[in-house]
Design a protein around this ligand. Structure first.
Ligand SMILES: NC(=O)c1ccc[n+]([C@@H]2O[C@H](COP(=O)([O-])OP(=O)(O)OC[C@H]3O[C@@H](n4cnc5c(N)ncnc54)[C@H](OP(=O)(O)O)[C@@H]3O)[C@@H](O)[C@H]2O)c1
Length: 347
């Protein structure tokens, strides 16, 4: 089978290549999935660059943490799915940028009927992060402001729509004025452009001198630094990405760390998913991961946690796909697709 791999950390367009590998056999408790499509997410690219500490690659290392496919074979004691079933495949070790992937049975979630494979390909990482950050970790109350950066990202757009559903006001930071009208049309309450003046000053002009109680930031660098300055004295900010790769300087204005109790906390889905049961986020009874899955499905059916489709590329076009995924002002999520040679299970 064809599988995308890398031999050493580096720029994705330089180090990723298609390799010819034997079709993998599922072991105990594992399933083999014939991949239909896999998104190019920022976490895949951080991983290839060696900036993703949650997973250690063993070179030559496979890539691709998320995707959609058809269950093709079951290992001994694999439960919860059947051969021929369409599933959302979360591959914690990477490996979905291939024709086949082997993963734990519990990481292949039966795809809800009537939801397109394009949406199922991005069923978990961004939707689960939106729900967990807004509703559970920050638990933003109705009527409050939520400040977020990279608001034009696929996840940022989900958060705008989710916040609107939950009665939360969003104050959105983008880097280009062209994004403003589009996000306002999506339901953003306010949009500011980071290049048009210090973010904290622009935030204070909108919400008042006290600042905001809740913020989420995947950009870091000067954006994260200025967002921290926009927090009120009890404000909490979740950092959940590193799009600039630069540091946040929380002491840049010493007055902000010599008063109040502002907090900066890391959010990583890979930390929370295995801890959902004991997190207390969901009522006991039904397993917490299936409650989260049901929430995602319902919010996807309501067009809230949906991903805008972007360009699709074959595995051989991976170099172009990863460049396109990081192009400024890209429209929609880039997908790597594998031609579907069988119609089995495509409900
Ligand atoms: N911690 C977690 O568990 C977790 C889970 C899911 C996602 N994430 C993070 O969430 C973020 C968004 O993910 P996504 O899939 O929605 O991404 P995406 O659709 O690829 O969007 C990326 C966005 O980031 C903006 N951007 C890129 N580089 C930037 C920079 N240097 N300065 C400012 N803005 C920049 C782009 O702005 P333009 O529109 O101007 O090009 C674009 O809107 C990523 O950082 C990802 O790693 C984290």
């Amino acid at each position: 089978m064809k599988a995308i791999e890398f031999d050493a950390y580096g720029e994705p367009a330089d180090v990723l290549a298609v390799a010819d590998r034997p079709v993998p056999e599922p072991g105990k408790g594992e399933v083999r999935v014939r991949i239909l499509a896999s998104p190019v997410n920022p976490s895949d690219l951080l991983y290839v660059r060696g900036h993703y500490s949650g997973v250690e690659p063993k070179f030559p290392a496979p890539v691709g943490f998320e995707g959609v496919g058809i269950v093709d074979a079951l290992g001994p004691e694999a439960e919860g799915v059947v051969v021929g079933q369409r599933v959302a495949a979360v591959n914690g070790k990477g490996g979905n940028w291939a024709e086949y992937a082997v993963l734990p049975a519990g990481s292949s979630l039966p795809a809800p009927e009537g939801i397109s494979s394009e949406q199922v390909a991005s069923f978990v990482i961004n939707p689960a992060s939106a729900i967990l950050m807004v509703r559970h970790v920050l638990a933003v109350p109705r009527g409050e402001w939520l400040l977020q950066s990279a608001a034009g990202s696929e996840l940022g757009r989900m958060i705008i729509r989710l916040a609107q559903r939950d009665g939360i006001r969003t104050l959105n930071v983008v880097r280009r004025r062209e994004s403003v009208a589009e996000l306002e049309a999506l339901g953003a309450d306010a949009v500011i452009v980071s290049t048009e003046g210090p973010i904290d000053e622009q935030v204070h002009d909108i919400v008042g001198r006290q600042g905001v109680k809740y913020a989420i930031d995947p950009v870091v660098g000067q954006t994260g630094t200025d967002m921290f300055k926009a927090l009120d004295e009890d404000g909490r900010m979740l950092v959940y990405g590193s799009l600039t790769g630069e540091p946040i300087r929380i002491g840049e204005d010493p007055r902000l760390i010599l008063s109040g109790r502002r907090t900066l906390e890391v959010f990583w889905l890979g930390y929370w998913l295995p801890r959902l049961e004991e997190s207390g986020f969901y009522p006991p009874g039904t397993p917490a991961n299936s409650q989260l899955g049901k929430d995602i499905e319902a919010l996807m059916r309501d067009d809230i946690l949906v991903t805008s489709p972007g360009r699709a590329y074959s595995l051989e076009e991976v170099g172009t796909a990863v460049a396109q995924a990081e192009s400024v002002g890209r429209n929609g999520k880039v997908l790597l697709t594998v031609p579907d040679t069988s119609q089995a299970g495509t409900t």
